[in-house]
Ligand binder design. Structure first.
Ligand SMILES: [Zn+2]
Length: 120
């Protein structure tokens, strides 16, 4: 991948015919993997090599050993077998939404997302 510096911590990362914008300060990338998984994507890792930022510092605190220990600090009880589940619970009846039928022809082409290229 080729990395081009745009700002202090913003980069244009190019590879395999695609260009993505990485912001290491806000921990975002236009590929959205970094935004959603909160773990640096390949583009963010490539950009971090240019800045010498440790990639482990770019990971969310959710993936830290401290967070893992806190998640399991209390007792986790096993779920009983299905035949032991309580049967006398009255769940509310959930019905599907009422949908109005739209007039006219349905849209054929989907609007591409950010960072996605249309085939035309
Ligand atoms: Zn990315």
């Amino acid at each position: 991948m080729q990395v081009f510096e745009l700002g202090r911590l913003e980069f244009d990362v190019r590879g395999r015919g695609h260009s993505t914008i990485v912001d290491l300060e806000s921990k975002r990338c236009t590929c959205r993997v970094f935004d959603i998984d909160r773990i640096p994507c390949a583009h963010a890792i490539a950009a971090s090599w240019l800045t010498k930022i440790d990639i482990y510092d770019l990971c969310s605190e959710y993936y830290s050993a401290i967070s893992w220990c806190m998640a399991y600090s209390e007792t986790v009880y096993p779920v009983p077998e299905e035949n032991e589940w309580p049967r006398n619970i009255n769940f509310p009846l959930v019905l599907p939404h009422l949908v109005e039928k739209r007039v006219g022809r349905r849209k054929q082409n989907r609007i591409p997302s950010i960072g996605e290229f249309s085939k035309t």
